[in-house]
Structure formats: structure tokens, C-alpha cells
Design a binder for this molecule. Structure first.
Ligand code: ZN
Length: 332
């Protein structure tokens, strides 16, 4: 299953922007994404064939679409001086370290799988994605979006889709899909805050901070603390996320609003992390990880996941129950 960072509804807004150059970029990204969905099987096989037994490898697509591309950096190599390559290398190494040191997980499959990342994918490509086998990063169109390796939480978000795929396997539709999205934000933000050495209380809780370039009125793609407030731009529209069950969006778009309703469990995690205290990764993050790997079913809904987190919370059970109550979800 392929998971992209920027949802289609936002790419469509980028496409509608006045600037003809940028409109063409988002058009190409959307068109490419459609073709990709049709051919992803073949691309996955290509990627598998080059795995070499190292913990991670960075490849360069050199603005083409053949994956994984040319090998440019692996562990032990010095920085290359190419920002996208070095950001991807440092980010993947840090994500593997977080999963190993905090959650005792050996790579995304817990069996030490190599993590492949490809940078400089396609031209003006407005997205980052996990294609079922590897991570892929575009450079952005240079107008609305900058390069997707810059915010490390984007990388953490995408790699976590691979973790979820191999643990709870949450169905990418409706509430289980919004939970799948939220769990990627939970461990993406935990990685960002861990690298910044921030406590849950100090952090800004922004996902994709810095991904928008200067012309866009917005600070990030999402806010876990205040869903719906990350951007409000005349051309891109307003951040559509909701942060409470009373605002839950029933829709058939976006796999049943997976990127919109994920604001509800996202905010529950923010409330839990600040109540539990310490760092998000080592505090509430450990509880969320325990819930994710506790044997919950693929169609788990918000209340079911809330229950799993309360069950995993030990001495923090009351804090976690209250966090979910704070977004209108009752754990049983
Ligand atoms: Zn995602």
C-alpha cells in the first residue's frame, strides 16, 4: 500500500493556484500519483532487488522516476553536501535509532530490514511517500512546497506507515484509516521532538513545519495541538482538520476523511503526552506503541484504540482516559 504525505485535496488546490508554472507541477504530481498507483507492483520489485544488508541506503533518482536510483550514501559514508541526501540519511538513521532505543523495535519490520530512501524523485515533485518497500522524496515545486526531506517528521510519518502495516495493519479507510494517519503523525512528531530534545510541553506540535515556502500563509501542514490552524491561505484554503468527535467529518473523499479526522486522535495524543509529561517519545509514545502492537484488529475505531491505550497506560491510565475524553472519545 502506498502512503503519500500531502493529501490529494491539497495538491488539487496547489494545481488551482494562479501561477501557471506551479499549477503544472501539482498537475504532474497528481497525474504521476495516478499512474504510480497502477504500476506500483513493478516498482516495488525493482526496489527489493537492490537491498544490500546495510541498515539504510540513500539513492538519487536524479529527477527521474526509476526506483531506487543511484546509490549515493550508506552508513559510514561522510555527508555528501547534497541537502536532500544528507537530510534523508540523518533522518532515517535517527528514526531507526528511536525505534530501537525507545521501543526496542529492529527497523520497520522488527527483523532489521534495510530502509531505502530515494531523493530528487521526479521533477518539481510535491510529495513524499512510502511505496510499500521504500521511502521516496520529491524536491517540491519551489513555489508552494520546498523539499520534503527538510522536516524530519515527514520522514518519521512515512516510515511509521511501514510499522503500522506490519503491526496493527489498520485499514486505510474511515476511523481505522484516520488512526493509521494519526499514528504516523504520533511517531513523526516524537522523532522531531526527540531530535530537538524538547519535552512534550515545550514543543510546537507542528507536522511538516517549514514544508511551505514563503509565499504560503501557513506554518505547517498540520497541528496536533490545535488541528485546523496550521495554514489558512487565500489560494490553498484553510487547514480542514478537526480536533473533536463533535466535528467528525463524514465523507467519501480522502478514504473517508483520513487526513481530516486524524486531527481527533492527534489531539488526544497531544493531551496525553503533555499530561504524562517528559518527552512525547518516551512518555505517551511508549503507551501508543504498546497499544499499536497489542494485537488490536485492522478495523479498530477511535474508541477501540482509546481503550487499548488506557489498558497499556499503567499508572497513567487516568491521564490517557481524560485525554481521549478531551476530544470526545470514550474509552471503554
Ligand atoms: Zn500518511
Amino acid at each position: 500500500m502506498r502512503h503519500a504525505f500531502v493529501p490529494d485535496y491539497l495538491l488539487e488546490r496547489v494545481r488551482a493556484m494562479d501561477d501557471a508554472h506551479c499549477a503544472r507541477c501539482a498537475d504532474l504530481t497528481l497525474e504521476h500519483d495516478r499512474r504510480f498507483r497502477a504500476t506500483r507492483g513493478a516498482q516495488s520489485l525493482t526496489a527489493t532487488a537492490v537491498a544490500s544488508g546495510k541498515p539504510w541506503e540513500i539513492h538519487d533518482a536524479e529527477h527521474g522516476t526509476t526506483l531506487p536510483g543511484r546509490l549515493v550514501r550508506s552508513p559510514g559514508d561522510a555527508a555528501t553536501g547534497d541537502d536532500a541526501t544528507d537530510e534523508a540519511a540523518d533522518g532515517i538513521a535517527a528514526a531507526l535509532a528511536m525505534y530501537a532505543e525507545v521501543y526496542d523495535r529492529d527497523s520497520f519490520d522488527d527483523k532489521g530490514a534495510d530502509v531505502l530512501g530515494t531523493v530528487h524523485y521526479d521533477q518539481n515533485y510535491d510529495n513524499a511517500f512510502w511505496n510499500g518497500t521504500q521511502l521516496v522524496f520529491g524536491d517540491g515545486d519551489g513555489k508552494a512546497f520546498g523539499r520534503f526531506t527538510r522536516p524530519v517528521d515527514v520522514l518519521g510519518h512515512e516510515l511509521t506507515h511501514a510499522v503500522t502495516e506490519r503491526t496493527a495493519g489498520l485499514t486505510y479507510e474511515g476511523q481505522s484509516g484516520a488512526l493509521n494517519e494519526s499514528i504516523s503523525d504520533v511517531f513523526g512528531i516524537s522523532l522531531k521532538q526527540r531530535l530537538l530534545k524538547q519535552s512534550a510541553k515545550q514543543a510546537d506540535w507542528l507536522i511538516g513545519e517549514g514544508i511551505f515556502l514563503a509565499g504560503v500563509k501557513g506554518t505547517a501542514l498540520r497541528s496536533m495541538k490545535a488541528p485546523g490552524t496550521a495554514y489558512d491561505d487565500p489560494q490553498l484554503g484553510k487547514d480542514p482538520q478537526v480536533g473533536d468527535m463533535k466535528d467528525y467529518v463524514d465523507t467519501s473523499d480522502d478514504n473517508g476523511g483520513v487526513h481530516t479526522n486524524s486531527g481527533i486522535p492527534n489531539r488526544a495524543f497531544y493531551l496525553a503526552a503533555t499530561a504524562v509529561g517528559g518527552s512525547a517519545a518516551e512518555g505517551a509514545g511508549r503507551i501508543w506503541y504498546a497499544a499499536l502492537t497489542s494485537g488490536i484488529g485492522a478495523d479498530t475505531d477511535f474508541a477501540g484504540f482509546a481503550t487499548a491505550t488506557v489498558d497499556a497506560a499503567g499508572e497513567h491510565a487516568d491521564d490517557v482516559r481524560k485525554a481521549w475524553q478531551g476530544v470526545g472519545v470514550t474509552a471503554s
